[in-house]
Design a protein around this ligand. Structure first.
Ligand SMILES: *Cc1c(COP(=O)(O)O)cnc(C)c1O
Length: 427
């Protein structure tokens, strides 16, 4: 499913033109499509067919409460990694019984919050965390439902910064240590063994590492069974890759049917924690050209298009060498301004050479031209910052011909509200 379509020269998202959004809300702005998110959710739901399963959306991919409310409404559960995300899910109407809590550094306050809410499960990532959780549960008089996150030492074949299932990564527990911790948890009065989980990386495009991880996890389930410890659910994490430029990710049907087949002889609930898969291609970042700075020597120099979005709005290109497709949003006003296509580097106003959004985009541009940076629905706004004291962009959800401003543009007063000067005295 394609997020946008062209009507004459203009780019539309559902029944709203992007030009009209830029006129009304300004740029830069994040725009998401309700239909596109629903489409991905339903594609995943139906791929699992009759298999008992729960989709727990990984909130960190896009945590706008408008997006969360939409997913909660479709029956999604949630995977959270902080107390803040847990609060967001509650405000969006998410069901605590469908929440799992991941992350290597859960604080005492976060553990207590999750325990009191009676969430579905805590995905424990270390021996020390298990002991702290047991202590908190005992203090509160609550039995903590747990899963252990296994680090299966499998190469997800993705960017090193988003690879999480290798022994060199900080995530999860080694299989050997996990066996001992399961034995410990099984005897504890305040811990209740529910599941086993893994998450080997993000933007995975090859199926084999995920299936290798699944087989590995099921071998552990067998081993635990022999020890008299029964596991209720297998949580395979997220990681399903999407198409940014010309990646060829595996299909969700193939992944789901392979998992279902592996689970055939097990009485297990399947959990998955997709983030990127549900939202990446449902969003774009709308931006406009401030200045053109073509190379003075066309054979050696680079052509820079300075746009009003920057690395503080979308850090993926700078952080992960990520590439995003760039689309022209509407016809140029002045067709004579620059009629030949050039290879442009799209850069922002931030004072860093890493401040680029795309390189080598073949486009016809003029000052004021509107552009859409595609596949920006995941790990876009959520990783934005106020670097260079820039106000963060608004977020807009399009639902057919309706426009919902689900986060307004920040103002400088928003930024300064938490700060103060102090009376300086002369030395
Ligand atoms: C980030 C994360 C996810 C989601 O990953 P995607 O690649 O966006 O699907 C799922 N589970 C855990 C534990 C994560 O840290």
């Amino acid at each position: 499913m394609s997020l946008t379509k062209r009507k004459n020269a203009d780019l539309w998202i559902e029944s709203v033109s992007l030009k009209s959004l830029a006129d009304k809300y300004g740029t830069p702005a994040y725009v998401y499509s309700e239909a596109a998110i629903r489409h991905q959710y339903q594609a995943m739901q139906s791929a699992f067919g009759q298999q008992r399963h729960q989709i727990c959306y990984a909130v960190k991919a896009n945590s706008n409460i408008g997006v969360l409310a939409m997913l909660a409404n479709m029956g999604a559960g949630f995977d959270v990694v902080s107390g803040g995300e847990l609060e967001r899910v509650l405000r969006a109407g998410g069901d605590p019984k469908k929440i799992v809590f991941s992350g290597v550094g859960k604080s005492v306050a976060e553990l207590d919050f999750a325990l009191k809410l009676d969430i579905h499960c805590l995905n424990v990532e270390s021996h020390a965390e298990l002991l702290r959780l047991e202590e908190r549960a005992k203090l509160l008089g609550i039995i903590a439902p747990i899963s252990l996150r296994i680090n299966p030492d499998i190469d997800a074949k993705t960017h090193p910064y988003i690879s999480t299932g290798l022994s060199e990564n900080k995530f999860g527990i080694t299989p050997k240590a996990a066996i001992d911790l399961y034995a410990y948890a099984d005897k504890s009065e305040f811990l209740s063994v529910q599941g086993i989980d893994c998450h080997i990386g993000s933007q995975i495009t090859e199926l084999s590492p995920l299936l290798e991880a699944a087989r590995f996890m099921l071998d552990m389930v067998d081993h635990l069974q022999e020890m008299g410890i029964s596991i209720t659910h297998l949580n395979m994490g997220g990681g399903v890759g999407v198409n940014y430029l010309d990646e060829k990710p595996f299909s969700i049907r193939d992944y789901a049917s392979s998992l279902v087949k592996l689970l055939e002889n097990y009485n297990l609930d399947l959990l998955v924690e997709p983030g990127r898969f549900l939202v990446a291609n449902a969003g774009l970042l709308l931006t406009s050209v401030e200045y053109l700075k073509p190379a003075s020597n066309p054979t050696t120099g680079r052509n820079f298009a300075i746009v009003d979005a920057a690395m503080n709005d979308l850090i993926r290109p700078a952080l992960y060498q990520a590439q995003h497709r760039v689309e022209q949003v509407s016809a140029l006003d002045d067709a004579s301004a620059l009629t030949t296509e050039l290879n442009w580097d799209l850069v922002g106003p931030v004072c860093e050479s890493a401040d680029f959004l795309a390189k080598n985009c073949t486009l016809k541009l003029e000052q004021g031209a509107l552009l859409a940076i595609m596949t920006a629905g995941a790990y876009g706004f959520v990783q934005s910052s106020n670097y260079n004291s820039r106000n963060r962009a608004p977020e807009i959800i399009i639902s057919k011909d309706e426009t919902h401003l689900v986060r307004r543009r920040e103002t400088i007063n928003d930024q300064l509200a938490l700060e103060s000067t102090f009376p300086c005295t002369l030395p």
